[in-house]
Design a protein around this ligand. Structure first.
Ligand code: AMP
Ligand code: ZN
Length: 467
């Protein structure tokens, strides 16, 4: 398996550094509302990564945190007039339900920031003791970025930005800030009135940890100073991951993550998702419109993780057809299988290319393309050949985390296809043969065969059309 590593800007072979288990960390959700499908692009791709490693025979140790204390969780819990714990517990349960529906494997460890306050306080103390952090006049403790010469290496901050950050000794205390403000960042925030009940004791007085600290403290606890991979959406490269590196390497020594795996953002209708544009979808929103979680998952893996993926409703239609086509192929192989076959070979057979694409920088769209090319060759398979092809096919599906709809399920005809078919039927009835042929070809191009009866027509998905 190879993956593109953000810090070295190279595609690297990924193997466990301890020779046994691939140990990786993913920044988890901020549990202050439902996760949106953009968040799930990242979580689903991390899941495909893990499944591919495991399908390839490498055990994994997957750690993903819950951000249950930060500016947003505190603010929103107060708006909802709930305690921080009740509020974040509610959204954590919801997150887990969505993950299960999307067929994401639960991480092996899922630590919460609130449950690791002492670990975070200890880390701040070490940074202060080692001269990397200082208490400011506002009572908060900041990391001094000038004390870590490698600051900016991951996100390649240019020298000018860094110099500004160092010389102007700016500080940032909000949990999120912009790239323009390269500055000392907060490790411990002194108690403020707007934090309400949410404060803890520390050697620097009452307060709460800064957002970046939790991951460093929990990584140290569960993965140690050196581990295989760290991952998140691209928005986390700066400042979050840059700050994690600074904190961890200065407090604990070690190299921190060997590989950095970042997933590019999901866009909607060609632009950014946002609540104000009304295009920020959750899984519930899409289910309410009649789509299934496995169709959503299919869309999320249909683009390469290093390229922006544009979410559209057409892509959900295509996902529905694609899954149905896979389901029919699986049924065909099962129907022709030899129930008594003893399979000695555990390779990928005709699905080898799909497997290779998955291992080549997690190229999920190319893997799906190869899967569809290969199923065309399964229609003639019989007996042992059909049995072993089905076994290999199922291994690829497992690596992708795709579950198939029952293939006897009634075929759902997308609205746009139905409209085209109606138009063609009207043209045919009016003996407008040219228009009728044109529309028949348009339907065929989209993978639908239109068969004409006396009174009505029948639409069937075209098995040989490539998705
Ligand atoms: P959050 O709950 O905001 O902490 O984000 C959880 C994860 O989702 C992080 O890894 C983010 O980088 C990632 N993320 C946020 N927005 C998007 C998006 N539009 N597309 C892909 N990943 C995203
Ligand atoms: Zn993190």
């Amino acid at each position: 398996m190879q993956i593109y590593d953000t810090i070295s800007r190279k595609t690297k072979k990924v193997t466990p550094m301890d020779g046994k288990t691939y140990r990786f960390y993913c920044c988890g959700p901020t549990v202050y509302g439902p996760a949106h499908i953009g968040n799930f692009r990242t979580f689903v791709l991390q899941d495909v990564f893990r499944r591919t490693m495991e399908t390839g025979g490498v055990p994994t140790m997957h750690v993903r945190n819950l951000t249950d204390v930060d500016d947003k969780t505190i603010r929103e819990s107060q708006r909802a007039a709930k305690s921080l714990k009740d509020f974040t517990d509610f959204w954590t349960v919801k997150f887990h339900q969505d993950c299960r529906k999307l067929n994401c494997l639960a991480p092996h460890v899922e630590p919460s920031a609130v449950e690791h306050i002492p670990h975070q306080v200890a880390m701040v103390q070490e940074l202060v003791d080692k001269g990397h952090a200082y208490k400011s006049e506002d009572g908060s403790v900041y990391f001094n970025i000038a004390s870590f010469p490698e600051y900016g290496k991951l996100s390649r901050l240019d020298e000018r930005e860094l110099e500004l950050g160092r010389t102007q000794s700016q500080r940032a205390s909000a949990d999120e800030y912009e790239k323009q403000s390269v500055s000392d960042f907060v490790l411990w925030k002194s108690r403020r009135a707007e934090d309400g009940e949410n404060f803890w004791q520390s050697p620097w007085g009452e307060g709460r940890p800064g957002w970046h600290l939790e991951c460093s403290a929990m990584i140290r606890e569960y993965l140690g100073t050196d581990f295989d991979m760290h991952s998140g959406g691209v928005d986390l490269v700066f400042p979050h991951h840059e700050n994690e590196i600074a904190q961890s390497r200065c407090a604990c020594g070690g190299e921190f993550a060997a590989t950095w795996f970042h997933i590019t953002h999901l866009m909607v209708d060609g632009g950014k998702m946002s609540k104000s544009l009304g295009n920020l979808y959750t899984l519930d929103d899409l289910e309410a419109k009649g789509w299934t979680a496995s169709e959503v998952r299919y869309v999320l893996i249909s683009g390469h993780y290093r390229k922006p993926l544009n979410f559209t409703f057409e892509s959900l239609h295509a996902a529905r057809e694609a899954l149905m086509k896979l389901s029919r192929a699986a049924q065909r192989m099962a129907d022709h299988s030899n129930p008594n076959a003893i399979l000695s070979e555990v390779g990928f057979g005709i699905f080898q290319e799909a497997w290779d694409k998955l291992n080549d920088d997690l190229n999920t769209p190319a893997a799906l393309g190869a899967l569809f090319s290969a199923i065309r060759d399964t229609s003639e398979l019989k007996g042992d050949a059909a049995t072993s092809a089905l076994a290999a096919f199922n291994r690829i599906l497992k690596a992708l985390g795709l579950t198939l709809p029952p293939c006897n399920q009634e075929i759902v005809i997308p609205e746009a296809i139905r409209v085209l078919a109606e138009e063609r039927w009207a043209a045919r009835s009016a003996k407008d043969w040219a228009r009728s042929d044109e529309l028949r070809n348009a339907l065929a191009a989209q993978g639908w065969l239109m068969k004409d009866g006396k009174e009505t027509y029948q639409l069937t998905p075209n098995e040989s059309a490539h998705v």
